[in-house]
Design a protein around this ligand. Structure first.
Ligand code: AMP
Ligand code: MG
Length: 306
C-alpha cells in the first residue's frame, strides 16, 4: 500500500497524467476536426479479435451466453464502417488481454490498456499512414509546447519528427538483421518509423497476386521504445476471409455475426489501425517501464493491489 500511496503522491505521476491529458486532447481534436465519428467502446461481446499471439482466456458466462472481454474492436469496426452512412470512425477502446507473465519484463505490456482505434471506409494504406503521421507529429508538437514544465521534470527532450517517416519492408530487414530486426531498428532510429508486411490475423489484407505479402503496417517509436500502432488494409470478402481462417486453423463459427455479414456481402473495403495510448505516453515521457504511465497499471505477472 505504501508504494501505491507514494506513486499517487509523486510529482512524476502527476506530470505523466498531465501529458496524457494533452495527448488525448490533441489526438481526439485532430480526428474531430477531420469529420470522424466517435463510437463508444464495446467491452463484452460474443466476438472479439483472435490476436496472433496467445493470451489467457478472458470470457464470462451471462444468462447462458459466453461473452468475451474485448481484446480489440477490429471486428466491430469493420462491421460499423460498412454502413454507407459512416466514412470515418474511431473508438477510445479499453482492451483486456491476459498476456503471459513473461511479457511483464519487456516494459511494453499491460493486461488492460486503451487503444485509439480508427477505421476509414474505402481508404488504402498510404492515406491512413499519412494521416497517422500528421496526428503523431501534431501531438508531439503540442506536448512539447504545452507541457514544457512536465517534460523538464521528467528529464525528457522532445522534437517534432519530420515527415514522411522512414518505411522498412519486413522481409528485407529480417534478412539483414535477423528475427529481432524491429527491436534493432527501434534502438537505432531517431525518428518514428514504419514496418510493412506482417503475417498475422485473418482480417489484414493479403495481396491477391503475391500471396504471403500483407498490406499492413506498424508504427515504431525510436530509442528502443518499440511498437506503438498496428494497422492494415482489410480483407472483407467472404471467400477470402474463409480461406484465411482455414489456413490459420480457426473456426468460422467463432466469428458468428461478422462472418454472416461477410457472407451476405455486407462488409466493405477499409483501412485503419489502433494506437496504444499508454505506449505513446511512455515514449513521450521517456519512461523505463509502461507501469509508470498509470498508478493503476496492471503489468502481466504482477500481484495486483487495486
Ligand atoms: P495490436 O493491433 O494488437 O498491435 O494493438 C494495437 C496497439 O495497442 C499496439 O500497437 C500497442 O500500442 C497497443 N497494445 C497492444 N497490446 C498491448 C499491451 N498488452 N499492453 C499495452 N499496449 C498494448
Ligand atoms: Mg501490433
Amino acid at each position: 500500500m505504501k508504494e501505491l500511496a507514494e506513486r499517487m503522491g509523486s510529482r512524476k505521476t502527476a506530470a505523466v497524467l498531465a501529458i496524457q491529458t494533452t495527448v488525448l486532447n490533441s489526438m481526439l481534436g485532430f480526428l474531430y476536426g477531420r469529420g470522424f465519428v466517435q463510437m463508444m467502446p464495446v467491452m463484452l461481446s460474443t466476438i472479439t479479435d483472435p490476436l496472433c499471439h496467445s493470451v489467457f482466456d478472458a470470457g464470462i458466462e451471462y444468462c447462458g451466453q459466453k461473452l468475451q472481454l474485448t481484446k480489440s474492436m477490429i471486428l466491430h469496426k469493420q462491421i460499423a464502417i460498412s454502413s454507407p452512412h459512416l466514412e470515418k470512425i474511431f473508438i477510445l477502446s479499453p482492451n483486456v488481454r491476459l498476456e503471459k507473465p513473461e511479457c511483464g519484463v519487456k516494459g511494453r505490456y499491460l493486461i488492460e490498456f486503451t487503444q485509439l482505434d480508427i477505421e476509414m471506409r474505402g481508404a488504402g494504406k498510404k492515406e491512413f499512414m499519412g494521416l497517422m503521421e500528421k496526428m503523431v507529429r501534431k501531438t508531439i508538437g503540442e506536448v512539447a509546447h504545452e507541457r514544457k514544465r512536465e517534460i523538464a521534470l521528467l528529464g525528457r527532450e522532445l522534437r517534432v519528427p519530420s515527415s514522411p517517416f522512414p518505411v522498412y519492408e519486413s522481409k528485407e530487414w529480417r534478412k539483414k538483421l535477423g528475427e529481432e530486426f524491429e527491436a534493432e531498428l527501434s534502438k537505432k532510429e531517431s525518428t518514428p518509423f514504419w514496418v510493412m508486411d506482417h503475417a498475422r490475423e485473418f482480417y489484414d489484407r493479403e495481396d491477391e497476386k503475391e500471396r504471403g505479402y500483407y498490406h499492413n503496417y506498424d508504427l515504431f517509436y525510436p530509442e528502443g521504445f518499440g511498437e506503438g500502432l498496428s494497422g492494415a488494409e482489410r480483407d472483407f470478402e467472404y471467400s477470402v476471409l474463409k480461406r484465411k481462417l482455414v489456413e490459420r486453423g480457426q473456426k468460422e463459427e467463432e466469428f458468428g455475426a461478422y462472418m454472416e455479414l461477410a457472407k451476405g456481402g455486407h462488409l466493405s473495403k477499409s483501412a485503419g489501425g489502433g494506437i496504444g495510448i499508454e505506449r505513446f505516453v511512455r515514449y513521450l515521457c521517456g519512461l523505463e517501464h509502461i507501469r509508470e504511465v498509470s498508478p493503476f497499471a496492471k503489468v502481466p505477472g504482477d500481484t495486483f493491489v487495486v
